[in-house]
Design a protein around this ligand. Structure first.
Ligand code: MIC
Ligand code: SF4
Length: 643
C-alpha cells in the first residue's frame, strides 16, 4: 500500500514501537533547534544528563527572543548559551542572525529528516519537507543526548490545494482558511500534509508561512512535499546537496481530506483574540488602526519584505499609524539593504527593528491603550502584545502594508494602486554563515559562563497515593501558555529564574494566583478545553510546579503543554464526564485517592470535599509516563533508572 510523506519519514526514523495510528512510538531525531527563552532551561537540563557532546547530526542554539538588553540578564543568558553550546558540540547562531525558524529554513533544513525544537513553531521547516516538531526543552535536551522522541502516531490529514491564489491573496490566507475550518484545537493529534496542484505555485517561504502557523491548529506538525520549487530554494541557498525529492505515493492513504480552492480565497484576518477567529478583510471593514507590525517567523522572508517594499515604495505611512518592521534574518536584511528595498521601506516612514521575534513576544512595541494593531504574526492571544486592552489582528504582509498606508484595515484589492509582484523572487540568496559559530573540537578547556540570573530548575517530589488541595484557579476553554506564564519585555529576561518568574504565573488574568497558590501550599488547576495551547515553554509547567500545583483537571489538553506537565511531574487529568466541570468552583477542596492504582487503571476518583460530591477523571498515560509521574518528573525518573 502506498505511503504518505509523514509515514515515509516516520518509518525511516522509528526506533521503538509500531507505526499504527494512536500507538506510542520512539523516533530518532536528526537535528535540534533551541532558542534563548527556552534554551537556558533546556541546556541546564542537558547538563544534568551527564553527557559530553550532543549525539545529533546537527544541533543549533539560536538567540532571537530575548534581544532587549535592559539589564544584564539577557546578555548573561546569551553568554551562557554560547559557552554551553561551544562545550557540547552545538552550533551557535549569534544575536542578530535572525529568528530561529527563518534561519533554520534558510541554512539548516533538510527534506526527509527529523527536527525537534524547543519552540512551538519548529514545524516551519515542514515547508521543505522536514518532519519538524515543537517540544519542551527537556524533550529537546534528551534528543540532543541521543534519546528517542516519543509521539503518539498522528492522524494524517491531506490538505488538497486546488487552483491558484488570486492577486493580493497570499499563503497566509491559506492557513487562516485552514484555521477557520479546523479551529485552534482541531489539529491535536494530527499532522497536516499539503498536496495537490496548488502546491507547485507556492514558493518555499510561502509554504513555510503555512507550516509555521499550523502550530495554531494544535497540530503535531504540518508538511509539504519536497519538489522542484524546493530544489530551486536549495539551489538559491547554495545547498543543493541537502535537497532530495520527497512526495506521497499516488495511492497513499489519509485519515481525512480537506480541499481548498485557492482561487476562491480572499484576504483575511484573524480577529482578536484568537488565531481561529477568521473574517475576510471586507467583512471586518475599514476599521481605524494605530499600529502595523511586519515580521515574526510567519512572515519575514525576503519574498515577504520585497512585497512590503513594493507596496511602500513612493508612499508614506498614514499619520495615525506606527509601522514597525523586523526582517526574519540577517540574510533577508542584507538582501533588502543591498537591492535598495530597505531604502524604500525606510523612506515610507517605517521603523526598522532588529532581526528577531521582537513585538511578536511582547519584546517592545506594545500597542497603546485600546489600540488596534495589525500584525503579520501567528498569535493574537489576549495580552500577548504586552497591552491587555489592545486588539490585535493577524494578516498577510500585503494586508498589513496596504493598511499602514491607508491608516485603516484594508483589503489590498481595494487599494487605488496596483502592484506587480512578479519580479520579486531570487535565484541566489546572499550566503554568509560566518556569524554561526562552530563548536570547539576539544571542549575540555571550554568554561561555561553562568550569570547570577541563572537559577537551578525546580524538581518535583515523588507522587503520593493521596493528594488534597484547593482549586487555586478555574479557567475557561483555550487557555494559552501566554495566560499561564506570560512573556513580555519585563518577564522574558527571567526565563532562567523560575522563583522570580512564578510570581507572575497567570498574572494577565488573575493577579493573585501566585499568592493564593503559595498561601494554600499549592493545589489544583481546573480548566476547560485545549488547556495550555500555544507555546512550548516549559515555564508554564515549571512555574506552577514551583508554586506547589499538583495536578490539572481539564476537559482537554494541548499536546506540548501536556507533555511538559508530565515531564514536570504534574498530573494532567481529563474529566470523564465534562459536565462535572460546571460543578466545581475556585477554592473548592479536592481529594484524589488511590492514585497509584488509578494510574494503572487510567482512572482516578476525585472528591470535592467542600461540596460533597465525587467524580472520576481520566488519567491515561503510557508506561514510561506513569514512571515519570511516580518519580516526580522525567529527570527524577532518569536518575532513578541510572541508579
Ligand atoms: C511563542 O511564540 O510563544 C514563543 C515565545 O516562541 C514560544 C517559546 C517560548 O515561550 O519561549 C513558543 O512558541 O514555543
Ligand atoms: Fe518568535 Fe513569535 Fe515566532 Fe515565537 S511566534 S518564535 S515569538 S517570532
Amino acid at each position: 500500500m502506498g505511503k504518505n510523506i509523514v509515514e515515509k519519514i516516520l518509518l525511516n526514523h522509528i526506533v521503538e514501537g509500531e507505526l499504527k495510528e494512536g500507538n506510542r512510538v520512539g523516533i530518532r531525531i536528526d537535528r535540534t533547534l533551541t532558542q534563548d527563552s527556552t534554551g537556558t532551561m533546556a541546556y541546564l537540563q542537558l547538563e544534568a544528563m551527564g553527557i559530553d557532546r550532543v549525539k545529533t547530526k546537527k544541533s543549533v542554539a539560536y538567540i532571537d527572543h530575548n534581544m532587549l538588553q535592559q539589564g544584564f540578564e539577557n546578555a548573561d543568558d546569551h553568554k551562557f548559551i554560547q559557552t554551553i553550546a561551544n562545550k557540547y558540540g552545538i552550533y551557535f547562531s549569534r544575536p542578530g542572525n535572525g529568528i530561529c525558524h527563518q534561519v533554520n529554513l534558510e541554512r539548516f533544513s533538510v527534506p526527509g529528516e527529523t527536527l525537534l525544537g524547543s519552540d512551538s513553531h519548529t514545524p516551519t521547516a515542514g515547508g521543505v519537507g522536514m518532519l519538524a516538531i515543537g517540544a519542551g526543552g527537556l524533550d529537546v535536551a534528551l534528543a540532543m543526548a541521543g534519546e528517542a522522541y516519543y509521539i503518539k502516531v498522528p492522524k494524517v490529514v491531506k490538505v488538497e490545494l486546488k487552483g491558484k491564489l488570486s492577486k493580493m491573496v497570499s499563503s497566509k490566507d491559506i492557513i487562516l482558511e485552514v484555521l477557520k475550518r479546523e479551529t485552534v484545537k482541531g489539529g491535536v493529534g494530527k499532522v497536516y500534509e499539503y498536496a495537490g496542484e496548488g502546491v507547485a505555485y507556492l514558493s518555499v517561504p510561502q509554504r513555510a508561512t503555512i507550516t509555521n502557523m499550523g502550530a495554531e491548529l494544535g497540530a503535531t506538525t504540518s508538511i509539504f512535499p519536497s519538489d522542484e520549487k524546493t530544489k530551486e530554494f536549495f539551489i538559491a541557498q547554495n545547498r543543493l546537496d541537502d535537497w532530495k525529492e520527497l512526495s506521497a505515493d499516488e495511492d497513499a492513504k489519509y485519515d481525512d481530506i480537506i480541499e481548498i480552492d485557492l482561487s476562491k480565497l480572499e484576504p483575511m484576518v484573524a480577529a482578536p483574540h484568537s488565531p481561529d477567529n477568521i473574517k475576510t478583510c471586507r467583512e471586518e471593514g475599514k476599521i481605524k488602526i494605530d499600529q502595523v507590525a511586519i515580521g515574526s517567523c510567519t512572515n519575514s522572508s525576503y519574498e515577504d519584505l520585497m512585497k512590503v517594499s513594493k507596496i511602500l515604495k513612493g508612499r508614506k505611512v498614514a499619520d495615525n499609524v506606527s509601522l514597525v518592521i523586523a526582517p526574519g534574518s540577517r540574510q533577508v536584511m542584507e538582501m533588502i539593504a543591498r537591492n535598495g528595498a530597505l531604502a524604500d521601506i525606510i523612506s515610507s516612514g517605517a521603523r526598522i527593528l532588529e532581526n528577531s521575534c521582537g513585538p511578536c513576544i511582547g519584546m517592545g512595541q506594545s500597542p497603546g491603550t485600546d489600540a488596534v494593531s495589525i500584525r503579520t504574526f501567528n498569535r493574537n492571544f489576549y495580552g500577548r502584545s504586552g497591552t491587555n486592552s489592545a486588539k490585535v489582528y493577524l494578516t498577510s504582509p500585503e494586508v498589513a502594508a496596504v493598511s499602514a498606508v491607508y491608516g485603516c484595515l484594508m483589503d489590498p484589492r481595494d487599494a487605488e494602486f496596483d502592484i506587480d509582484f512578479n519580479d520579486i523572487s531570487t535565484d541566489s540568496f546572499i550566503i554568509d554563515d560566518s556569524m554561526i559559530i562552530s563548536p570547539a573540537q576539544d571542549s575540555s578547556k571550554v568554561e561555561i559562563v553562568r550569570g547570577p540570573n541563572i537559577k537551578p530548575f525546580p524538581l518535583n517530589t515523588k507522587l503520593t497515593d493521596i493528594i488534597s488541595g484547593k482549586v487555586i484557579i478555574k479557567t475557561v476553554d483555550n487557555i494559552t501558555t501566554d495566560h499561564i506564564m506570560p512573556s513580555n519585555a519585563k518577564l522574558l529576561p527571567y526565563r532562567s529564574n523560575i522563583p522570580y518568574l512564578s510570581q507572575f504565573c497567570f498574572s494577565t488574568i488573575d493577579e493573585d494566583f501566585a499568592n493564593r497558590a503559595m498561601e494554600n501550599k499549592g493545589g489544583f488547576i481546573v480548566a476547560g478545553e485545549n488547556y495550555g495551547q500555544g507555546s512550548s515553554r516549559e515555564h508554564a509547567a515549571l512555574a506552577p510546579l514551583y508554586l506547589g500545583i499538583k495536578g490539572v483537571i481539564a476537559k482537554s489538553f494541548a499536546r506540548i503543554h501536556k507533555a511538559n506537565l508530565i515531564n514536570s511531574g504534574i498530573l494532567p487529568m481529563e474529566f470523564e464526564n465534562p459536565d462535572d466541570y460546571a460543578k466545581i468552583e475556585q477554592m473548592d477542596e479536592l481529594k484524589l485517592e488511590d492514585i497509584i492504582i488509578g494510574l494503572k487503571k487510567s482512572r482516578i476518583k476525585v472528591t470535592d470535599t467542600k461540596k460533597g460530591f465525587e467524580f472520576y477523571v481520566k488519567a491515561q498515560f503510557s508506561k514510561e509516563e506513569v514512571e515519570m509521574l511516580l518519580a516526580g518528573g522525567r529527570l527524577n525518573a532518569i536518575k532513578e533508572k541510572s541508579k
